[in-house]
Design a protein around this ligand. Structure first.
Ligand code: PAF
Length: 279
């Protein structure tokens, strides 16, 4: 596995790659969810490139940048074992030179849900992903469905800015308790982990009611909220049903199209997000 630290070197290595190239961008703190992205990429692309960059701009001032569980040697070892061909590991200065001012504006989708709770986050993600795409120049890019809004932002960016990169969603990987794998699970105590199970329970409750014919957005959201409320350690951020095409909160009181349920909760000091397609 080649370890590449500069954009110039990445471009030179990329020029020597033939056939479809897939990229799997990561912040580090790798887990089985990242491995699933790499394996999915491997199935379609002859060459798999990962990126390992703990992007400081997408963390808010009071967020967990300082304690984020990234570990360069461990993360590189996981990538190596998963059969990655090359990893792009730039420094902060390489990604953000001192006179760097440009950014990608994702539009209204950046202002809701995660964007509302984490101002500037979606813009920072879109900007760094654009830079990572420009450095690695992939044909395909793999993102987890767990970060549903991020997936939507990146998909729209590639479409609207005509990047010509196919964004491939990969299903969420869950642990034995059905917790959606996330680097942030490392922050949870055993008790908090048990409490976090409420998130998937709430999503499943919405799905069960959907399967039984419930189509009221308000009802489906209330079902999720009441399950979350049953866990005293969980503080609700949001529990919403959005239209998967517009990513807007379902305005229909009687949904006739598709639906995507999304939840954010805080357990202790850890914010968790998860989602489930209802159809
Ligand atoms: O989901 C992540 O790991 C990050 O947001 C990403 C896409 C690597 C951008 O820093």
């Amino acid at each position: 596995m080649q370890v590449i630290e500069t954009v110039a070197e990445m471009h030179a290595v990329r020029a020597s790659m033939t056939g479809p190239v897939a990229v799997v961008p990561t912040l580090g703190g790798l887990h089985a969810g990242h491995e699933a992205l790499i394996h999915a990429a491997r199935k379609r692309a002859g060459t798999v490139v990962t990126t390992l960059f703990l992007n400081p701009t997408q963390f808010g001032q009071n967020e967990d940048l300082a304690r984020y569980p990234a570990n360069r040697e461990r993360d590189l070892e996981i990538m190596r074992k998963a059969g990655v061909d090359a990893v792009f590991v730039p420094s902060v200065e390489e990604m953000y030179p001192p006179d760097d001012h440009f950014a990608v504006d994702p539009g209204p989708i950046a202002d809701v849900l995660e964007g509302e709770h984490r101002p500037g986050h979606m813009r920072a993600v879109a900007t760094v992903v654009a830079k990572l795409f420009n450095a690695t120049r992939p044909d395909l890019a793999y993102f987890g469905e767990k970060d549903g809004q991020q997936l939507e932002v990146v998909t729209r960016m590639s479409r609207d800015l005509r990047f010509g990169i196919e964004i491939v969603p990969v299903p969420t990987v869950r642990d034995e308790r059905e917790l959606a794998l996330s680097s942030r699970l490392a922050y949870l105590t055993d008790k908090e982990r048990a409490a976090a199970e409420v998130v998937y329970r709430a999503l499943c409750a919405a799905r069960d009611h959907w399967d039984d014919g419930e189509r009221s957005n308000v009802e489906l959201e209330n079902i999720m909220k009441s399950v979350i409320a049953s866990e005293s350690m969980a503080t609700l951020g949001y529990a919403v049903v959005v239209d998967p095409d517009t990513f807007e909160r379902h305005a229909e009181t009687n949904i006739t199209s598709g639906a995507w349920a999304l939840i954010a909760v805080t357990i202790g000091t850890t914010r968790l997000i998860d989602n489930l397609r209802l159809n």
